[in-house]
Design a binder for this molecule. Structure first.
Ligand code: GDP
Ligand code: IMO
Ligand code: MG
Length: 431
């Protein structure tokens, strides 16, 4: 299928980088369409570990073109650092990377503002990644942002950049943080823009052309369904549409170009940052998942809260996004648990509900209705065929498929490239 969107079905960190790397081997172009450097996508190849924040995870596969689409908020300094970091490791992106001229730019004051706004939230912070995501998207929507095309003309935008910074400085002042000097910001932006100039393109045009000529295009979502600004646990979300619906606004490709949607789901749940998480487990099971799953943020290093698989979230994610197939990751992490619980519904005020409530405090009060499955003790990281999994693991996978009403097409049993089980060869690029 030429155009495939991949997205996270939970609270992010489902293993999107790992799966995109695999699918990228059969793709011509890999595209990021939303989010920014809040993302941390891990790709492991042999002894090498790559953590990508702004660059699509396709960069690690030779021969792919990688596109940072207009829907991404781009921190130019982070992007330059990533490009240079890969160059130092032998991956040259010359001719392999395009940056949308219409992408909005995260400036240093947006990051400071992210911190100031968190401080002003008092005892109810969102737990953002401090990467300036919210303030940059806010500027975009209130039509006060800077785009890549703008920073290529720094002297022309000096006045509007100054006005923007002065407006935000008032909030910094309220948070007791030092003001930003607009003149310094203009100089810094001009310098970094020159580094990015060679990559800048009208990426919508490039992608439409590529789609029309039948190229294989892989759209790499960041974050996940429950962090979607419209459909997630608002306000405990990120500031973009993380579901495949975000693809079209975030790339300029038409809706009818999308052939296939692949959802990525972890075999259990994790969440980093604040907000509802009914299946959170702070006991021995949660500790097992955190330790064996090495659940620390790839961007901030924060410890991720862990818990059981939340079927309410995954089912809604599958329905909202029209998932054709699911890649199930980290099944190996469940080995060694006597029992595995799966949340099949929530209970709220004595009533059983099967969809997440809109009101975050209600979502927080939900208690999970669990189905209990027997665990297995075997190390499954060497298994490559579904029928070679312990029967309890096979049944667990089948129960998740039933809950999501979507077929599991690939099971990842380790972070390395070759550690996966292909289910009937249905997933593009995996046979
Ligand atoms: P992403 O943000 O969705 O790309 O996910 P992250 O990279 O933030 O977090 C996923 C983590 O799990 C990374 O450290 C991966 O290397 C690791 N990982 C991915 N798939 C598997 C798997 O099947 N088993 C294990 N044990 N680790 C995995
Ligand atoms: P990947 O792409 C997990 C979370 C933050 C916080 C909320 C808002 O690696 O899956 P933001 O900085 O976006 O304003 O923070 O969203 N968050 C993520 N959690 N994985 C991510 O990305 C995330 N990106 C943002 O922790 O709760
Ligand atoms: Mg991540």
């Amino acid at each position: 299928m030429p155009v495939t969107a991949v997205f996270g079905m939970q609270w992010g960190d489902e293993g999107k980088g790992r799966v995109v790397d695999l699918l990228a081997s059969a793709s011509d172009i890999v595209v990021r369409f939303q989010g920014g450097a809040n993302a941390g996508h891990t790709v492991i190849v042999g002894d090498e570990k790559y953590v990508l924040h702004l660059l699509p995870s396709g960069v690690v596969q030779d021969g792919t073109l990688n596109v940072v689409g207009n829907g991404v908020v781009v921190d130019p300094w982070t992007l330059v650092r990533e490009i240079d970091g890969l160059q130092a490791r032998g991956i040259d992106l010359t001719g392999r990377l395009l940056l949308s001229d219409r992408a909005h730019v995260v400036l240093p004051h947006h990051k400071r503002m992210d911190e100031a706004l968190e401080a002003l939230r008092g005892d109810r912070p969102l737990g953002t990644t401090s990467r300036g995501i919210g303030p940059t998207y806010a500027d975009k929507v209130r039509r006060a942002g800077m785009r890549v095309a703008d920073i290529l003309h720094p002297s022309d935008v000096a006045a509007s950049l100054e006005a923007n910074i002065v407006a935000w400085n008032a909030i910094l002042d309220r948070a007791g943080m030092p003001a930003i000097d607009p003149a310094e910001a203009v100089d810094q932006v001009g310098e970094v823009a020159e580094r990015l100039r060679p990559y800048v393109a009208d990426t919508a045009d490039v992608l439409i052309e590529a789609w029309q000529s039948g190229r294989n295009i892989l759209l790499e979502g960041a974050q996940g369904f429950a962090l979607d600004v419209d459909h997630g646990s608002y306000p405990y979300v990120t500031s973009s549409n993380t579901i495949p619906a975000g693809v079209f606004a975030g790339t300029g490709m038409p809706p009818k170009s999308l052939d296939r949607v692949v959802g990525i789901v972890k075999a259990y749940s994790t969440r980093v940052g604040a907000g509802p998480f009914p299946t959170r487990d702070t006991g021995p099971a949660g500790q097992h998942l955190g330790k064996l799953g090495n659940e620390f943020g790839a961007t901030t290093g924060r410890r991720r809260d862990c818990g059981w698989f939340d079927g309410v979230v995954a089912r809604r994610a599958a329905r909202t996004s029209g998932v054709d197939g699911v890649a199930l990751t980290k099944l190996d992490v469940l080995s060694g648990l006597d029992e595995i619980q799966v949340c099949v519904a929530y209970e709220l005020d004595g009533e059983r509900i099967s969809a997440p409530p809109a009101y975050a405090p209600d979502w927080e009060r939900c208690t999970p209705v669990y189905e209990v499955h027997p665990g297995w003790s075997e190390d499954i990281s060497g298994v490559r065929r579904f029928e070679d999994l312990p029967v309890a693991a096979q049944r667990y996978v089948r129960s998740l498929e039933a809950l999501m009403d979507a077929p599991v097409e690939m099971i990842s049993v380790g972070p390395q490239r070759d550690r996966f089980i292909a289910m009937g060869g249905r997933l593009v690029g995996v046979s």
